[in-house]
Design a protein around this ligand. Structure first.
Ligand SMILES: *[C@@H]1O[C@H](CO)[C@@H](O)[C@H](O)[C@H]1NC(C)=O
Ligand SMILES: *[C@@H]1O[C@H](CO)[C@@H](O)[C@H](O)[C@H]1NC(C)=O
Ligand SMILES: *[C@@H]1O[C@H](CO)[C@@H](O)[C@H](O)[C@H]1NC(C)=O
Ligand SMILES: *[C@@H]1O[C@H](CO)[C@@H](O)[C@H](O)[C@H]1NC(C)=O
Ligand SMILES: *[C@@H]1O[C@H](CO)[C@@H](O)[C@H](O)[C@H]1NC(C)=O
Ligand SMILES: *[C@@H]1O[C@H](CO)[C@@H](O)[C@H](O)[C@H]1NC(C)=O
Ligand SMILES: *[C@@H]1O[C@H](CO)[C@@H](O)[C@H](O)[C@H]1NC(C)=O
Ligand SMILES: *[C@@H]1O[C@H](CO)[C@@H](O)[C@H](O)[C@H]1NC(C)=O
Ligand SMILES: *[C@@H]1O[C@H](CO)[C@@H](O)[C@H](O)[C@H]1NC(C)=O
Ligand SMILES: *[C@@H]1O[C@H](CO)[C@@H](O)[C@H](O)[C@H]1NC(C)=O
Ligand SMILES: *[C@@H]1O[C@H](CO)[C@@H](O)[C@H](O)[C@H]1NC(C)=O
Length: 640
């Protein structure tokens, strides 16, 4: 292929001087039917023995497996053991056994010939074993799958997975200079965009890189260097240039070794949108659970749907202003944390309401969750002693259905674990009797408009006005398109005097102080004087289909349990604890939806909840959840 092109260009240049720029963006390959993207730039270059040059290639490349051994114990059985360990990796496959490149450390070369042929047990064909000269350190080239050119260039491939649930806005690759770009690859024969992930074999977690090789999705309101941010709005994406630096939160995770695999969908400007009609600019991602046509919640919908759907995606960075991490975690049955407010600067993140905005995670694995939190929230204290006061809010008292009995069962195990008995807490009643002077004794009146005032007054000022001005300046005064949900909220803000913002901030602060004096104060031994439990998703009793015609979006007025943590600035973590059946009107079959519980503690006590989850997992009371049709796994229906 290359030959005629080169010929044509040189012929041209004889006739006329033509400036031409030919840039490789890498290539895609299928190895044993598994799709890979091979970047344009090699990871490293090595000198091969001649025997490798006889191997067949595709696109000029040979699949090889790179192994590092210590010369002292290098033997064929060492190779066999090492390579058998590679079989758990989802990127490596047997096709990479075309050749085994052995790099050794420790002085003398391993005691096998440098071009021997070797058949591993379980492999169908023999591999050529090439011993490379010692590179001093066995970690000079990370072990794992590579594609090698005959010239000795070694490329680290990305395995391509289909984003068939529509969770991503833009799959990404990292350049060696630290910037990112759209992944220039797709999977042959597959409709959905591809996301590329590197082999886990390349990475080992260390104290300096605790997240080495962890595959991270990033909600598309965070800046990633080299990439445009969409905020869920196409005009915004088109208007502004790529970010030049990473958001602070993103940078912390990268520094700790996390691998960004892509930007993930957000409802527009992180406002609440319901599938499907509210999502005009971008289509809402698909919730994998149950019949596959349940609303994925918002606004961290991409992270929620991605974590629920893809076993290859470890963790996602979302944001929560009024429930944007908690909602998607609840309905997709994954762990999710709204952290204490202010734990990480939100530089490089689109604001909704700075007094309420927080950065947190969605994931299936509590251990990865906690490790990532230690990185994102530097200096967070971790407590191991738990409070004896346990409150429940809006909890069932009798097991009227499957979800209720899961919640009550969890509560009883938690009580035993903590050595305490829970007390129901009625927030309205407590407020009515203990509220600060001079404000409404009815909490629903007092805080009814606090949330919508904060988000609308702040976002119009911080996001909308500069957006409209910049768009109008290059489009002859035109307005950009904005989805109905943010428009209705912004119009609500415009309808109120500016003084309501001060009022809202004041009311929020009064509530925050009241909560910390009445319900959750700081405790020297247990960090938080109490834990508060509530359930927002109650599994089988509340399916919420995405194929219903709803009225126009509404201003999010009203006070409810989910508003406590934003106003009180406290951590609010979602734990999946089971699943309950419902009869689907789509499949006409019984399906399962997740049952989750929310745990809240005093401000700054996030580490207490992380350790509680760790201990509850060790006690079998909370488990890792799986990607798939249910929280216990299973093939997603209608998988493409
Ligand atoms: C080979 O030796 C190294 C250290 O010398 C050790 O870390 C490694 O586990 C050994 N490999 C096998 C397969 O025994
Ligand atoms: C290994 O190399 C030797 C000498 O270079 C050659 O004679 C032999 O055929 C090679 N064996 C294989 C399996 O390539
Ligand atoms: C070996 O070949 C058999 C028969 O073609 C096939 O079923 C099996 O998957 C192959 N094994 C490997 C490891 O490629
Ligand atoms: C980083 O590298 C990419 C790919 O070579 C290039 O397109 C981009 O301009 C570079 N960015 C910076 C900031 O150097
Ligand atoms: C709190 O008490 C009020 C008044 O008795 C009642 O109307 C309300 O339903 C209770 N709320 C909860 C969450 O139990
Ligand atoms: C709160 O208490 C007052 C009396 O102090 C009473 O008049 C009012 O109805 C109560 N409101 C609610 C919502 O409980
Ligand atoms: C809350 O505000 C909405 C919108 O203004 C209003 O319709 C509703 O009656 C208010 N509710 C309370 C309890 O004040
Ligand atoms: C704040 O509280 C006052 C006093 O209860 C109330 O009149 C007002 O509507 C509240 N405003 C907002 C924006 O929360
Ligand atoms: C309200 O605040 C906005 C943003 O700061 C400002 O542009 C506007 O002029 C203010 N309106 C009034 C009536 O003060
Ligand atoms: C589903 O429908 C069947 C048959 O009507 C009924 O027996 C069962 O209780 C229903 N299950 C749920 C979870 O609603
Ligand atoms: C967690 O897993 C353990 C071991 O498989 C099991 O016994 C336990 O019931 C599970 N707990 C939950 C809450 O699913």
């Amino acid at each position: 292929m290359a030959y005629p092109l080169v010929f044509a260009i040189s012929l041209f240049s004889i006739i006329n001087i033509v400036a031409s720029s030919l840039i490789s963006t890498g290539q895609t390959l299928l190895l044993n039917d598994i799709p890979y993207y091979v970047p344009a730039t090699p990871y490293s270059t090595v000198s091969f023995v001649t025997s490798l040059k006889a191997l067949g290639t595709a696109g000029g490349l040979v699949p090889v497996t790179f192994v590092s051994v210590s010369a002292s114990n290098a033997s064929l059985s060492t190779l066999e053991n090492v390579i058998n360990g590679y079989r758990t990796d989802d990127v490596w496959n047997d096709g990479f056994l075309e050749a085994i490149l052995v790099q050794y450390s420790g002085g003398t070369a391993p005691p096998f010939p440098s071009n021997m042929s070797f058949t591993l047990p379980g492999a169908n064909e023999s591999s050529v074993v090439c011993v490379l000269p010692s590179n001093g350190s066995p970690s000079a080239i990370p072990p794992g799958p590579y594609f090698a050119s005959r010239g000795g260039s070694l490329y680290q491939p990305l395995r391509l997975y289909s984003d068939f649930q529509g969770a991503f806005t833009q799959p990404l690759i990292a350049h060696s200079n630290g910037t990112y770009a759209a992944l220039p690859a797709n999977i042959a024969g597959i409709q959905s965009p591809a996301v590329g992930v590197p082999s886990r074999l390349y990475y080992t977690a260390t104290p300096a890189k605790p997240l080495a090789g962890i595959r991270l999705g990033v909600k598309d309101i965070y800046d990633v260097a080299g990439v445009k941010t969409s905020d869920g709005n196409r005009a915004w994406y088109g208007l502004f240039p790529p970010a030049s630096v990473n958001a602070v939160a993103v940078q912390r995770l990268i520094d700790a070794g996390a691998i960004i695999v892509g930007k993930m969908k957000t409802s527009q400007f992180a406002n609440g949108e319901t599938a499907t009609a509210d999502w005009v600019d971008y289509h809402s991602p698909f919730n994998p659970r149950g019949d596959g046509y349940q609303d994925p919640s918002s606004s961290s919908s991409g992270p929620g749907a991605g974590e629920g759907s893809y076993p290859w995606l470890d963790i996602s960075l979302g944001s929560d202003t009024g429930g944007s991490i908690r909602g998607p975690s609840q309905v997709q049955g994954v762990f999710g944390n709204r952290p204490s407010h202010g734990l990480v600067p939100l530089t490089g993140v689109m604001p909704l309401a700075p007094q309420l905005d927080t950065a947190g995670f969605l994931t299936r694995d509590p251990a990865i969750w906690s490790a990532a939190a230690k990185v994102l929230y530097a200096d967070l204290p971790f407590y191991n002693q738990y409070p004896k006061t346990l409150y429940t809010v809006s909890f069932p008292t009798t097991a009227d259905d499957e979800a209720d009995s899961i919640l009550l069962n969890f509560l009883s195990k938690l009580e035993t674990f903590l050595g305490t008995t829970s007390t129901p807490l009625n927030v309205s009643t407590l407020w009515n009797t203990t509220h600060p002077a001079g404000v409404s004794p009815n909490i629903n009146t007092f805080l009814n408009l606090t949330y919508p005032v904060l988000i609308s007054k702040e976002q119009t000022m911080l996001v909308r006005d500069p957006f409209y001005a910049a768009y109008g300046a290059i489009h002859d005064g035109r307005r950009p398109f904005v989805d109905p949900a943010p428009l209705i909220r912004w119009a609500f803000g415009d309808s109120l005097p500016n003084s309501t913002l001060t009022e809202a901030i004041n009311n929020k602060t009064l509530f925050q102080n009241w909560w910390s004096s009445q319900v959750q104060s700081t405790d020297p031994a247990t960090c938080s004087s109490s834990l508060v439990l509530y359930s927002a998703s109650s599994g089988g009793v509340a399916p919420f289909y995405r194929n219903q015609y709803l009225g126009p979006p509404q201003v999010p007025s009203g006070f409810g349990t989910s508003r406590i943590s934003p106003f009180a600035e406290i951590p609010d973590f979602v734990l999946p604890i089971g699943q309950a059946a419902y009869n689907s009107t789509v499949t006409l079959h019984a399906e399962f939806l997740p049952v989750t519980v929310d745990v809240m503690a005093a401000k700054g006590c996030d580490g207490l909840i992380f350790n509680l989850v760790r201990d509850l997992q060790a006690a079998g009371i909370v488990n890792e959840t799986l990607a798939g049709q249910t929280v216990a796994g299973g093939e997603i229906l209608l998988r493409l």
